[in-house]
Design a protein around this ligand. Structure first.
Ligand code: UDX
Length: 442
């Protein structure tokens, strides 16, 4: 049954959630104070790149069951549910997450909160945040609000699909009313057989950081194996394949390369370390420091390889293929590709960046780099090419075409996504991270 809901904060998570909720048939009010983002959404535009989302927004705008506002007004008082989707970025100079936007969101909601309405937090938070928010809100409104936690697991690039057909829905609740309304809001999804887990609130808060820590650990595990492989003549790509057949291990998230980035994994493991420390159990997640360090070391490895191949990089043109932290995204937050480009620049190289869709963001956020939208023009005269983001366009690239315009056919394969033999057959010297670097083949 359709419900009236607000979605507070329309970044990646909130915009996708709002559109997904409208697609399920609910009547959605999205709240977003950033005028540019708000204006875009009101005009039917998605302010970031996410496949399928613009079409879905058009559809729900035409259906008329979504609207976007700068602030709450009397209409918010009619809503049965409020989803908190504001960001919780890393605090500058610290590992901890900044929860001030959540506090600001509940302060702004307080005058429009009905006593029987339910608030569901979706942002990734340090365990204990929901209890703090509940206490702060109770002091403002004079009753104990129904506040639940409902972590979101969407991945960029498949955000809408992940929202409409998630692996599972997890809700952490303290009261029956919250469970009742959350069951109702997700009914069209759970009717399809999606597992629905009801937990206490701290568990629900922890699920997201635990899941992201596990994923980050898996990637750093294979990147640690890559370090061993590189000095022992082994091949970490084959190693991953071989261990991945064990169902207990699984083959996903075992691709070695320049590592993880983005708006979630890096900041979430750091915030988890900070929170565990505050709770007096920092040593329980000490290993995440190593996970972070292995991840950061892989970025340096690219520069080491470039230097060992080319000698000094001073004045040498290096083409970095990809800027986004992963394909099908224009998100540059903590992007390993940008980090590698920065290290190459610091080592004296003339860095040229190509990316199919995020060059506008690169130019705005990192004006120190040369960028070029045309791939062959970007490659002209390059002494080395680094694969930093495995866009399909690069996976399907004809190595002979790009080989014809570079000054030196050296490919540093930072994502293990290209057909190495094809590149070698086209005369490229390929050095792939984690593989037997001097004889990488197949
Ligand atoms: C992640 C979680 O997957 C998602 O569930 C959560 O809600 C938000 O954080 P996302 O940040 O979109 O999603 O990216 P993800 O697909 O997890 O990739 C993260 C990073 O890991 C990327 O930089 C990717 O290139 C890298 N990665 C992934 C690897 O280096 N190797 C792999 O095998 C897989």
């Amino acid at each position: 049954m359709a419900m009236k809901i607000t979605v507070i904060g329309l970044g990646y998570l909130g915009a996708t959630h709002a559109i997904a909720m409208a697609e399920l048939g609910h009547e959605v009010i999205g709240i977003e104070p950033n005028p540019k983002r708000l204006g875009d959404l009101q005009n039917g535009l998605i302010p970031f790149h996410e496949p399928g989302l613009p079409e879905a927004l058009q559809k729900v705008l035409e259906k008329g069951n979504i609207k976007f506002k700068e602030n709450h007004d009397e209409e918010s008082f009619e809503a049965d549910m409020h989803f908190l989707c504001v960001g919780t970025p890393q605090l500058p100079g610290s590992y901890a997450a900044n929860t001030e936007y959540l506090h600001a969101a509940i302060d702004a909601l307080a005058p429009y909160l009905r006593e029987d309405a339910v608030i569901a937090g979706k942002s990734t938070v340090p365990v204990g945040t929901a209890a703090e928010l509940t206490a702060a809100l109770a002091a403002k409104v004079g009753f104990v609000p129904h506040l639940a936690w409902n972590p979101e697991f969407l991945r960029e690039g498949t955000a809408l699909e992940d929202s409409l057909r998630p692996d599972r829905i997890v809700i952490g609740v303290n009261d029956e009313r919250s469970e009742e309304l959350l069951r109702k809001v997700y009914e069209p999804i759970t009717d399809l057989g999606t597992p629905f887990l009801v937990t206490d609130i701290p568990t629900a808060e922890l699920v997201k950081v635990a899941a992201n820590s596990f994923l980050a650990t898996k990637i750093s595990f294979i990147n640690a194996m890559a370090e061993i492989a590189e000095v022992s003549g082994a091949d970490a790509v084959k190693l991953a394949e071989a261990i991945g057949y064990d169902e207990r291990i699984g083959n996903k998230f075992l691709r070695n390369g320049i590592g993880f980035g983005g708006g979630c994994l890096p900041k979430d493991i750091r915030a988890f370390m900070a929170r565990a420390e505050q709770l007096g159990v920092g040593s329980a997640v000490d290993f995440l420091e190593d996970v972070d360090q292995v991840n950061l070391r892989r970025r340096n490895r690219v520069v080491e390889i470039a230097q060992s191949e080319l000698g000094s990089l001073s004045g040498k043109k290096v083409l970095v293929l990809g800027a986004a932290f992963k394909p099908d995204s224009d998100d540059l937050r903590d992007s390993p590709a940008i980090a590698v480009a920065k290290l190459l620049l610091a080592a004296g190289a003339n860095v040229m960046i190509h990316d199919p869709i995020s060059l506008e963001n690169v130019n705005a956020q990192h004006p120190e780099f040369d960028t070029e939208q045309d791939l062959l023009a970007a490659a002209q005269g390059a002494e080395a090419v680094v694969l930093a983001t495995e866009w399909r366009e690069y996976r399907e690239l004809n190595p002979a075409h790009i080989g014809a315009v570079v000054a030196n056919r050296l490919l540093i394969e930072g994502r293990n996504a290209l057909p190495v033999a094809d590149w070698q057959n086209a005369g490229w010297r390929v050095i792939a991270l984690g593989r037997n670097v001097h004889a990488a083949a197949n």
